[in-house]
Design a protein around this ligand. Structure first.
Ligand code: AMP
Ligand code: GLY
Length: 334
């Protein structure tokens, strides 16, 4: 079968934070200082020696909620107890990573790879918090834009050479050849020094919605290039347009929310607006209804971020459903 995607072994770079950190440390990939533990008392003792804020991460997958940024040592101890003893994230918390807090600007960076050749895409910024001005709990992502204004080709080169390519080579070294798209969640320190926060073995949501509209080459050709180990022969082209995407979510998300509301206005958006469905379904009567937390992403391109942003916000009010919530500050770059 022609498969564009990581094997189970290679995907551990996302599914185990302990594995990912060990890989980064062993192969000299710049990242936050950290230590991994399966013993609560040892984890607490290590946290006691750190300066807050202290980042505590459950090892396994926790739907984007497994990271706690503790503002004090007692808070870190509390988080460790909750994860490791009370198992607030289930078996994902059998092991934890205790990590230094990084300050900078977050960026999502993607690379296509057939395991040998590594080709970056254009990067994007994601908005993780539910409310404007980055308030409220973390979500899977409430909006995104591309390109980040602080991005440069030089920075992209540094990221590829110090983080993305070494990670893919490191996996190959461990007998876990990576094929598909690798997601580097990065912190850019002082606008120039990238460090890896995490890796995902997939595209980002909602980053894919603003990266792929800028792709001029046919995605299927790239996927086949990956499958056939011919990525080195491909010329992948990107548009210079900017792209902005805003997620419409159910009221209450990322906490409890209701579903089953009719979505109106989907046909009323301008022709050049893209609406990507996520948590929607078709009712027996043929109507589009809400059926999840993040319902859809409204996306526009433009000559710059301001133009793309204006188009999205002009159109988004035409789409409505009961309880609908979206951020008003996506790509509002000051
Ligand atoms: P992760 O699941 O590892 O991506 O972490 C979720 C979010 O927590 C990230 O997107 C960051 O906003 C934040 N975070 C994780 N690790 C760190 C760190 N070492 N320093 C600062 N923020 C972090
Ligand atoms: N938007 C972040 C993610 O897809 O993990």
């Amino acid at each position: 079968m022609a498969v564009f995607g990581a094997s189970q072994g290679a995907a551990e770079i996302e599914s185990s934070k302990v594995f990912a950190k060990e890989l980064m440390q062993k192969h000299g990939i710049p990242c936050a200082q950290s230590a991994s533990f399966s013993d609560l008392e040892k984890a607490k003792a290590y946290a006691q020696g750190q300066t807050p804020p202290i980042v505590i991460k459950a090892d396994g997958l926790a739907a984007g909620k497994g990271v706690i940024i503790a503002e004090s040592v007692p808070q870190a101890e509390e988080a460790l107890t909750a994860i490791m003893k009370a198992k607030s994230f289930g078996p994902a918390g059998n092991r934890v990573v205790v990590e230094e807090h990084l300050h900078g600007r977050e960026m999502s960076f993607f690379s296509f790879t057939d395991g040998r050749t590594v080709v970056p895409t254009v990067p994007a910024c994601d908005y993780k918090r539910i409310y404007d001005d980055n308030q409220g709990p973390n979500t899977g992502g409430m909006g995104s834009y591309s390109p980040p204004p602080f991005y440069s080709e030089v920075l992209g080169h540094i990221i590829s050479k110090t983080i993305m390519e070494p990670a893919i080579l490191a996996l190959a070294d461990e007998g876990r050849q990576y094929k598909g798209i690798l997601y580097g969640g990065l912190m850019i320190i002082n606008n120039k020094m990238p460090k890896a926060i995490e890796f995902n073995a997939r595209f980002g949501d909602p980053e894919a919605q603003v990266v792929l509209p800028r792709l001029k080459t046919d995605l299927v050709d790239i996927m086949m290039g990956v499958v056939n180990n011919e990525l080195d022969k491909m010329n992948i082209e990107w548009s210079d347009d900017a792209c902005v995407g805003v997620v419409m979510a159910s009221g209450g998300y990322p906490g409890k929310y209701q579903t089953g509301f009719h979505i109106s206005g989907l046909d009323d958006v301008d022709k050049d607006i893209m609406v990507f469905h996520a948590g929607t379904r078709v009712s027996p009567e043929g109507q589009i209804m809400t059926s999840g937390g993040r319902i859809l992403t409204v996306v526009a391109t433009g000559k710059d971020l301001a133009e793309a942003r204006e188009k999205v916000y002009k159109n988004i009010t035409r789409i409505q459903f009961e309880g609908c919530h979206y951020r008003k500050d996506i790509a509002d770059i000051k």
